[in-house]
Design a protein around this ligand. Structure first.
Ligand SMILES: NC(=O)C1=CN([C@@H]2O[C@H](COP(=O)(O)OP(=O)(O)OC[C@H]3O[C@@H](n4cnc5c(N)ncnc54)[C@H](OP(=O)(O)O)[C@@H]3O)[C@@H](O)[C@H]2O)C=CC1
Length: 871
């Protein structure tokens, strides 16, 4: 057995390859290695086995042991799962490389194109436990000895790229640098395949490469053909990142990292900072890696005051545009903040250089994020099918204070590779797409707390990662529009230079656009004048108009005659929920009182989504004039009723209505309460009272902020409270059951047979048919709703039967072979604290993903994150 110091040139190349810290050095040493071993690089998995056979000295063997262990997982079928699949991956960011590695392990031929020629991003990513385990298992320590040696778990983007690049090269991925993917070249005739348009003109071999899978991992600015994106925009939040040279001196090593200081947790720190420097921040983070990396959220007024921004512009792009930012002032700002946060112990704080040789500092707007509407598509031409999948920022741009780091990017990479495996197995395109979309639904809800606890079991199979998985949450019929015979026009995003400033109607995202859309949909309805996203909705008419616009047949004027605003609103909310599937995120009281503007925006964005999906699957929605005769009749009557009510109210004291709403707001039920008696003195609603307007969790009774709200059967819970009564796993919407006997919620695995006993002695086998929640079989314990319904003056439509979810036998077998039964020894995960971080984590995702909703904290702050969460 030879040692690395032997004269074998292959060993020397291999050691250089392991140690290389620049992209070009990695490529050079790998080429040298292949030459020395007389191998053609990019030879797929067989190339890996050849390298392994020839390099069998101890240092190399420790790496092979790790890679062999991963490659030996049954899911890869010894590298034969996708041998006839040819993939093109676009983008060598962390997610593109991670996806390429998985595809290579499956035995696919993988070609990756990246427009950059070097890795230069110093910014540091937070790592979840599973990502650390995953990277260690790929030999991270071998490539980067400092991997996760600090007090905090993180890695710089470039180090992450470097180590994944090395793994990808070893596994035979073909990588082309400085090559930009510009579009698809459909097959010109039968018998030919899909190719890529690339810039600059590629070699003939690359130009002629025909593939049947395209994975786009090209980052948040790129949207491949056929995909649509939605912009989520909240209140302005300005992030600043700065990287300073890390000289790795003893003094620098001593300086403690800051995993996150947020204003709401440490007011005195931020006040002292303001006093000493004039800098006003919401939060600050400091990580030590290749550089000293700082990220902070700065207040606009202070940036203007300190001359960092020249002028205040309402348009964020202009506000933070190159012309409006003074680089020297920005550098002074970041340096002073970093210096203060580290008590001056980092010395002179010299800026590291970015890709262009400039000081590595940037100010960016993180209020706007893009999210693709779907994660995959299939295109077919002349009989050649192409599967397209998105991963990483190209799929969902992360909201950096949530601390999702690269974790969800990796999950999407795994899910996409799993999709490719299913594709290679010959599953029907719509089935493949439906499964992928089912997984995509889970992505935004994932957190370390609600995934399987044993990260060592994580693999490509989604069942190893997501508990209570239902790969049929989305059905093939729901994804028909993702299967194109002809590609649609690409949708470009707002800052796409090729189509600057334009958003398609489908990706419209700002509140103004939402308002405009609401105005368009409600135009022509008598008595409806939508001028804003708050008070215009207080009489319930506009909401009814939207419901009618979507489903004209739902409105029966006779049902609503004589009702007040609150009752009308409650009716509209219920109709929307039960008939249109639009989950309420605020109560009727809050709509009428206008006490929850954020909730209303989130809620209205659901209508927009529902409207769009109805357009995709045309049903009863009338696209023509909204003012059908029944609607006009209905709303006319409603208006008269409301006018009568108002006239009566004018007889009361001026604050009668307000006081009444306030009293209503104290009723925690989401059902409409009885209209209170007039005569109570006027006081503006306090924060507490506003919070009480349907804002208490129906399970724990604690305050429920909008970002935490989960609506199940008309009641609101904290997401963290919505757990399986048996195993305490967090439940996914659509994948749970409520037992009619005990009223508790269960995951499908633990849902007891009807008539079970609480002690579980009669607990049935795994998946059970979910009870259809008809009105008579409402459980008593958890459904006060049912009791109230009798008293409700508003007729309630029958609820649609809940979906029947059964695992197929192969699925059951697969699950049982994975041995995923919860370990009885293992304590249930602690309930996460409901802090601003939790709110933030749940913001802008989940069921009210539509319009970006600024995160609402108890203190009304817009940005927040706590110690453990970081980019
Ligand atoms: N801290 C930070 O500054 C950033 C952090 N991140 C984090 O990184 C992760 C995302 O990684 P990932 O999804 O892999 O995305 P990345 O943005 O890291 O990588 C995408 C790569 O694809 C390149 N690319 C873009 N368009 C094309 C094209 N048409 N043809 C070829 N290459 C192209 C990009 O170049 P180019 O960038 O020049 O467009 C970039 O190098 C997330 O966790 C995110 O939080 C992501 C971005 C910034």
């Amino acid at each position: 057995m030879a040692s690395p110091t032997s004269t074998n040139p292959a060993h020397a190349h291999f050691e250089s390859f392991l140690q290389a810290q620049l992209c070009q050095d990695v490529l050079n040493s790998f080429q040298g290695l292949c030459k020395a071993l007389e191998l053609e690089p990019a030879g797929g998995l067989s190339q890996y086995h050849k390298i392994k056979t020839q390099l069998n000295y101890w240092s190399a063997k420790s790496l092979w042991a790790k890679l062999d262990k991963r490659a030996g997982q049954p899911v890869y079928q010894q590298g034969r799962a996708c041998t006839s699949t040819k993939c093109l991956v676009v983008g060598a960011g962390p997610c593109g490389l991670r996806a390429a590695v998985e595809l290579a392990l499956l035995g696919a031929r993988v070609v990756l194109v990246e427009k950059r020629t070097k890795f230069s991003r110093h910014n540091v990513l937070h790592l979840w436990p599973f990502t650390i385990h995953d990277l260690r298992a790929l030999g991270a320590k071998k490539f980067y000895g400092r991997f996760c040696t600090g007090t905090l778990d993180h890695i710089s983007i470039r180090q992450l790229q470097l180590l994944l690049l090395k793994v990808a090269l070893l596994l035979g991925v073909e990588i082309h640098w400085g090559v930009t993917f510009t579009g698809l070249q459909p097959p010109p005739k039968k018998g030919s395949g899909w190719r890529a348009q690339l810039q600059p003109n590629p070699s003939a071999q690359l130009a002629n490469y025909e593939f049947d899978v395209l994975i786009s991992a090209a980052g948040g600015k790129f949207v491949p053909e056929g995909f649509t994106v939605r912009e989520m925009r909240g209140k302005l939040a300005i992030g600043i990142t700065a990287n300073f040279v890390n000289g790795r001196t003893a003094e620098e090593t001593q300086v403690p990292e800051i995993s996150g200081v947020a204003r709401i947790y440490n007011q005195s720190f931020f006040q002292s900072l303001l006093k000493a420097t004039g800098i006003d921040l919401e939060n600050i983070v400091y990580y030590k890696d290749d550089t000293h990396y700082f990220v902070m959220t700065a207040k606009k007024q202070c940036l203007l005051r300190l001359g960092v921004l020249r002028q205040d512009w309402p348009d964020t792009d202009r506000l933070l545009g190159r012309a409006n930012v003074v680089p020297e002032a920005l550098q002074r700002f970041a340096r002073a903040a970093a210096d203060f946060a580290t008590h001056g112990k980092l010395g002179k704080l010299e800026f590291a250089q970015d890709a262009h040789g400039q000081p590595d500092i940037s100010a960016f707007d993180f209020t706007s994020m893009m999210r693709a509407e779907s994660s995959a598509r299939v295109q077919e031409k002349h009989g050649a099918r192409l599967l397209l999948g998105l991963v990483g920022d190209c799929l969902v741009e992360p909201f950096w204070p949530l601390g999702t780091g690269v974790a969800r990017g990796f999950l999407a990479a795994f899910d996409a590779a799993w999709m490719v495996k299913r594709w290679a197995e010959g599953a029907e395109p719509l089935e493949v797409l439906a499964e992928r979309e089912s997984l995509y639904q889970l992505l935004s809800q994932t957190s370390p707390e609600n995934m399987h606890r044993n990260v060592a079991q994580y693999g490509l199979d989604p069942a190893t990662r997501y508990p209570n998985l239902n790969l049929r949450a989305v059905t093939p019929s729901q994804v028909q529009d993702l299967y194109d015979m002809v590609a649609k026009e690409p949708v470009r995003r707002k800052n796409d230079k090729t189509d600057a400033g334009k958003l398609t109607t489908e990706s419209a995202g700002t509140q103004e656009e939402l308002l405009r859309w609401c105005q368009e949909q409600t135009a022509g309805y008598p008595g409806v004048h939508v001028t804003d996203l708050s008070s215009s909705w207080a009489d319930g008419l506009a909401l009814c108009a939207l419901v009618h616009r979507l489903r004209p047949g739902l409105l029966e004027p006779s049902e609503l005659q004589g009702l007040g605003a609150l009752e009308v609103t409650a009716w509209a909310l219920r109709m929307a929920e039960h008939e249109l599937g639009i989950t309420p995120v605020l109560s009727a009281q809050a709509v009428v009182a206008g006490s929850d503007p954020l909730g209303l925006i989130a809620y209205l964005s659901h209508f927009h989504s529902a409207f769009k999906s109805t357009l995709h699957n045309p049903g009863p929605v009338s696209k023509g004039s909204p003012g059908t005769s029944s609607a006009i009749l209905f709303l006319g009557k409603m208006q008269r009723t409301l006018q009568r009510t108002r006239a009566q109210e004018n007889g009361e004291d001026v604050g009668g209505k307000k006081r009444r709403l306030e009293a209503e707001a104290e009723t925690p039920s989401t059902e409409e309460p009885p209209v209170p008696e007039p005569g109570v003195p006027l006081t503006p609603p306090s924060q507490h009272q506003e919070a009480a307007a349907g804002d208490l969790c129906a399970l724990c009774g604690e305050h429920l902020y909008i970002l935490e709200r989960l609506c199940v059967d008309g009641r609101f819970f904290h997401r963290s409270c919505f757990r399986c009564h048996a195993c305490e796993a967090t439940l996914w919407l659509g994948d749970y059951g409520q037992h009619p006997g005990d009223g508790h919620f269960y995951c499908l695995q633990h849902l007891p047979q009807p008539g079970h006993k609480e002690d579980g002695s009669d607990r049935g086998p795994e998946s059970q048919e979910l009870p259809t929640p008809d009105e008579n079989s409402k459980p008593s314990g958890l459904t006060p709703l049912a009791a109230q319904e009798g008293a409700s003056p508003v007729p309630r439509p029958s609820q649609p039967a809940r979906r029947l979810i059964r695992l197929s036998s192969p699925e059951r077998q697969r699950l049982s072979s994975l041995n995923l039964t919860p370990d009885p020894e293992m304590a249930p995960p602690p309930k996460p604290p409901r802090s601003c971080s939790t709110l933030a984590r749940q913001a802008l995702e989940g069921s009210f993903m539509g319009w970006g909703v600024p995160a609402e904290s108890p203190q009304g702050h817009v940005c927040f994150f706590s110690a453990q969460f970081l980019w």
